[in-house]
Design a protein around this ligand. Structure first.
Ligand SMILES: [Zn+2]
Length: 428
């Protein structure tokens, strides 16, 4: 289907974060952006979207989450991190069945589409169910099975290989697959080495949690005499394209390693605050050249999948934390949630900016709201004034998933009913 967006303001996120005037057109042909600016001669649109008083921009990328955990939203709050994880969340996760993961994923995908997320990176269990939900709904995702070294290690490695073979590149290329060793504290050296061998053999990337809590780092020094970053680097993890979630407690040496090995970092300011894990050194990481993206983490530790909130937090926290009001300006925060996210997922050649030839992953923000007036600086308004509920239209891969706030691929009532039913059966 050919789509023409007319008369919109357009934020391309290319070069110096180009913002185009309110009379710009975007032509979309066969899922890709054909042109931005003038309507190409002879272009025939099947659908015309009026962009008057709207801002078109790249869809947001949630670079670290566990979407099925929305079933645990508001179930275990205001608890110490290790109590939250090991005493409340993990015992419930052991009761999960595929159906739970499917409906939890559907619930989260609805939430993300409504909030303008067009791509996400997910680590969890029963990932076939997540992949099915992605395929059905039309969103884009990088998926991995969360791996720990308990139980049958060979079977776990096999499962990831099969998951890669079954889903990588599927859904018209909207699904990609990574390996997901959960964290240094849940993956000993022998198992992690096996995961690395399998990953490099398959040509996959790695998605891992690193240095999330102070305790994790202290335990790592006590057990191995080195930081979690140094531990996985010594084993060879960073020889593969790596997406490292959190990276909150870093030494200067850790930052140098991440920079040298071109590791992408998913910063999750909301989750880090809620679980009392502190503030990541985002400014230092960016200065050293590390690609820092933004994520929400799961809804059990946030408790939503609202990337506008993470953009706002990133821009505010780093000012408060460093005492420097120029730290993480609005343009940087928005870039972290778009282009940097696409780089972290390894899909920046396809999405992350709006430019001719790239896939049409576009969101449109309804600017006809009081908090968008007066209109001095739209990029600043995205970081400091916008609400996720201002997202009015969402296009992924050239397909309209939401238009005028109406979902096109998902039965919202059915999803909420089944998610509630699954959550009740899990918690009872
Ligand atoms: Zn996580």
């Amino acid at each position: 289907m050919n789509i023409l967006i007319k008369n919109a303001s357009v934020l391309t996120m290319t070069g110096d974060i180009q913002l185009m005037n309110a009379d710009t057109s975007i032509a979309i042909e066969n899922g890709k952006i054909k042109s931005i600016g003038q309507i190409p001669e002879g272009f025939k649109a099947d659908r015309i979207i009026d962009g008057t008083n709207k801002l078109a921009m790249p869809g947001l990328v949630n670079s670290h989450t566990h979407i099925a955990m929305s079933l645990f939203r508001n179930y275990a709050d205001d608890l110490p991190f290790w109590t939250w994880l090991f005493d409340r969340i993990m015992p419930r996760e052991e009761k999960l069945i595929p159906e739970h993961v499917y409906w939890g994923s559907m619930l989260s995908i609805v939430e993300m589409i409504k909030f303008g997320v067009t791509s996400f990176a997910d680590m969890y269990f029963f990932m076939d169910e997540v992949a099915k939900a992605v395929e059905e709904t039309g969103i884009r995702a990088s998926l991995c099975i969360g791996l720990s070294d308990s139980g049958d290690q060979e079977k776990k490695i096999r499962n990831t290989k099969e998951f890669y073979d079954n889903w990588h590149g599927k859904a018209n290329g909207r699904i990609s697959v990574m390996a997901g060793p959960h964290a240094p504290y849940s993956c000993g050296p022998e198992f992690l080495s096996k995961v690395i061998d399998m990953t490099s053999e398959k040509g996959m990337g790695i998605h891992i949690h690193l240095s999330e809590s102070k305790k994790e780092v202290e335990d790592s020094y006590n057990l191995r005499g080195k930081s979690p970053i140094k531990y996985v680097d010594d084993l060879g993890v960073f020889e593969l394209p790596t997406l490292a979630a959190h990276c909150v407690h870093l030494s200067d040496d850790d930052i140098a390693i991440l920079a040298e090995k071109k590791v992408s970092v998913a910063n999750n300011p909301g989750s880090n605050l809620k679980l009392g894990n502190g503030f990541a050194r985002v400014e230092d990481m960016l200065k050293s050249g590390i690609n820092v993206a933004l994520g929400t983490d799961g809804s059990a530790s946030n408790n939503n999948l609202n990337m506008f909130e993470e953009i706002n937090l990133a821009a505010l926290i780093n000012k408060g934390y460093t005492g420097d009001t120029t730290s993480i300006p609005a343009t940087t925060a928005v870039k972290m949630a778009t282009l940097n996210g696409a780089k972290a997922l390894g899909i920046d050649k396809e999405v992350g900016t709006l430019e001719a030839g790239k896939k049409a992953d576009i969101i449109m923000i309804d600017l006809n709201k009081p908090h968008f007036y007066p209109r001095y600086n739209l990029v600043a308004s995205l970081a400091y004034s916008a609400q996720a509920s201002d997202v009015e239209t969402v296009i992924v891969d050239g397909k309209i998933l939401m238009e005028n706030y109406e979902l096109k691929t998902i039965d919202l009532e059915k999803v909420m009913f089944n998610a509630e039913r699954c959550a009740k059966s899990l918690i009872k």
